[in-house]
Design a protein around this ligand. Structure first.
Ligand code: MN
Length: 198
């Protein structure tokens, strides 16, 4: 049985960049539905019980229920926990050291990485995510995934993602995805991203 994670901030915590109602609906209904559907599927398929999200995604890449629902749970948890209130004040702490060195090595600058990530997020056709990932050889890259596919299935280590399904921004930003992507940068928890890089 998977339980919804506890968000590390209240639904209102990401205002004014992501509004309270969007966070509430996103967490309770969209993310909640993936958790419920995954649990139902596991209950019907006892061989899957006890596996982590990552193991489900790695071991059953052709199972559509796993791709949609374990992917939906993984991606939402990763997205929600990559943001925090007041993130701007910790940028320098999170970005010192290895993370910033890796970004500078592979993108030239933080600004260039952000530009490439934003362009990828704005360019996702339909529903999906943009990601900062690390390849097994440690090289960082920007990728996009469709629907609820994850970098886990591709053998990559995810560091940061943005959900660009319309439900992630439509109530506040309407169809202006680029405005939502711009606002996202005020929320990125760089300390968490650095931890994920390890
Ligand atoms: Mn979502």
């Amino acid at each position: 049985m998977f339980e919804k994670i506890k968000l590390p901030y209240p639904f209102s915590g990401l205002e004014p960049y992501i509004d309270t109602k969007t966070m509430m609906v996103h967490y309770e209904r969209h993310y909640g539905a993936y958790v419920d559907n995954l649990n139902k599927y596991i209950a019907e398929n006892p061989a899957l019980a006890g596996l982590s999200l990552e193991d489900l995604l790695r071991n059953y890449p052709d199972d559509e229920q796993i791709r949609h629902n374990a992917g939906g749970v993984f991606n939402h948890e990763f997205f929600f926990t990559g943001m925090r209130p007041g993130a701007r004040s910790q940028i320098i702490i999170g970005l010192s050291g290895k993370l910033l060195q890796s970004i500078n090595r592979d993108f030239g600058s933080l600004e260039e990485m952000k530009n490439q990530f934003s362009a990828a997020a704005n360019g996702v056709f339909g529903s999906g995510y943009a990601w900062l990932v690390a390849y097994p050889n440690k090289k960082l890259a920007i990728i996009t995934t469709e629907n609820q596919d994850t970098p886990i299935q591709m053998g990559l280590k995810p560091l940061l993602c943005i959900d660009v399904w319309e439900h992630a921004y439509y109530l506040k930003h309407l169809n202006l995805r680029a405005d939502y992507v711009r606002d996202f940068w005020y929320l990125v928890d760089w300390v968490r991203v650095a931890e994920r890089l390890g």
